[in-house]
Design a protein around this ligand. Structure first.
Ligand SMILES: Nc1ncnc2c1ncn2[C@@H]1O[C@H](COP(=O)(O)OP(=O)(O)OP(=O)(O)O)[C@@H](O)[C@H]1O
Ligand SMILES: Nc1ncnc2c1ncn2[C@@H]1O[C@H](COP(=O)(O)OP(=O)(O)OP(=O)(O)O)[C@@H](O)[C@H]1O
Ligand SMILES: [Mg+2]
Ligand SMILES: [Mg+2]
Lengths: 258, 258
């Protein structure tokens, strides 16, 4: 059974791409077969894995019913990790898909044949910082959601919007089985009171949904994408690599339990 | 003549809201009459200035032609600074405005009576992290654009998308006079090579558009919003307050020159 996990949070810059890329690489390291789908027109996950963005070549047409997702699968430098890249023209899908029928299920329909082939253990989906058509399509298709979250005040404000949306998608039948897999705190700086307060606040409201692993702020994590590499390949001994390996262990443990 | 400045960058978390709020407060401190318009459904600028978000009360209807922007003007705790707040229902405008006629000029039309009354010296507009309908409306209505930019690799990648878009809006006649007022580097950490490299890269490509003022990473800046205050009122003697005052001086100097 393939796990389909969306990485979403409408708050910008909270570590969605960094978490999708590095968790996917760590899952592949544990011999899971992983497909990362970049659903953000910024295409940061695409360049973060060293894949060239080809102008005009994205799954835009697939979301409008032409062609298949399978044609867009590329290998990466990481064994066991494939990618479906994004490109800036994907932004056009926000408007064109919005005007089409059944506009929330386009991605889910496109994903069906890859899911039935069971080629992958995990499909991870990086989302843009908005609750527009692309993110809504990801949340309708996914089985679960991981919410990366900065240890900041503005990020805290946005968390209830996200959890409220998940409840709405469950209740209105768009995705009755969607669950929040977990909330992961990123860019944690132990020296600041703010970070500790935010973690306490999230833990008080969301208890067991909060992963124990806190991803520390580490400049190595923000350097790695400029080399097109996940942290495990850029700096194997860094605190960032250790944290994402720890998170991966925790994600796998929790999945085994559900 | 009222200056209308949009603060936009589709990359998330680069300091758009922090720059809009603090620059607006510093302009008011210099006895400019300022109106901040929060065009982001996350409504971070609204809460960053201590304004309650009223469910269902945003300029959503105004963008669809009902009522006027003037009705939504609220005072803030800061002398000389008014706000038009946002609310999560503004996200619905992305779809509804997209389906209406003349969908790019809705905000520009709504702004016309405030501009003709010349009540303000500055109108500042905080944008969401996307190039959707709300940001496009802001860029069509604005006279100039300030691009906040993190000293990070992913933010560097997105900069050319932003500058390319400005050129397109000028060329296709949507906003022939739109100029880039400037690019401001935020969360600058002098200790990291990455930050220095990114600043050098931006300076090499965009030369005189890059403000000399670099906003340092400072936890006081990220604490201030939780008290609903700009940095000048939260911690008047912080490096963040000094940096935004310096930036304000630079912005005013450059405006006087154009
Ligand atoms: N733990 C970390 N330590 C230091 N820097 C980090 C960390 N995680 C992410 N970053 C950096 O912070 C910035 C924001 O992270 P990222 O781009 O992954 O967030 P995002 O939520 O995907 O952003 P967007 O909303 O634009 O999609 C990036 O430049 C990234 O390199
Ligand atoms: N110079 C700074 N030093 C430290 N923290 C900062 C600084 N500027 C902004 N921040 C914090 O970084 C986070 C991102 O900033 P902000 O929310 O202003 O960015 P944004 O571009 O408006 O994000 P979005 O794309 O979600 O609208 C916020 O939590 C903010 O408090
Ligand atoms: Mg991202
Ligand atoms: Mg913002």
């Amino acid at each position: 059974e393939t796990s389909v996990i969306a990485f979403a949070n409408q708050k910008g810059g909270v570590g969605k791409t960094t978490t999708t890329v590095n968790l996917s690489a760590c899952l592949a390291e544990k011999d899971k077969r992983v497909l990362l789908i970049d659903l953000d027109p910024q295409a940061n996950a695409t360049s973060g894995l060293g894949i060239e963005k080809t102008p005009g070549k994205s799954i835009y047409n697939v979301l409008l019913g032409e062609g298949s997702l399978r044609e867009h699968i590329h290998p990466t430098n990481i064994d066991g990790l494939d990618i479906i890249p994004a490109e800036v023209n994907l932004a056009g899908a926000e408007i064109d898909v919005a005007r089409s029928d059944n506009y929330l299920n386009r991605f889910k329909i496109a994903l069906a044949d890859i899911l039935s082939a069971q080629d992958y253990d995990f499909i991870t989906v990086d989302c843009p910082p908005s609750l527009g058509i692309l993110t809504m399509n990801a949340l309708t298709a996914a089985k679960s959601l991981i919410i990366p979250m900065q240890c900041e005040y503005y990020a805290l404000e946005g968390l209830t919007v996200m959890t409220g949306l998940v409840q709405k998608l469950r209740d209105n039948g768009a995705n009755p089985d969607l669950i929040i897999e977990g909330i992961v705190m990123t860019m944690y700086d132990i020296r600041t009171n703010l970070a500790q307060q935010v973690v306490q606040e999230v833990s008080a409201h969301f208890g067991n949904k909060l992963y124990e692993t806190l991803i520390p702020r580490s400049v190595r994590l923000s350097e790695a994408p400029s080399f097109g590499l996940p942290i495990t390949h850029y700096d194997n001994n860094s605190t960032g690599a250790a944290a994402y390996r720890q998170l991966t262990k925790e994600v796998l443990q929790k999945l085994a339990l559900t």
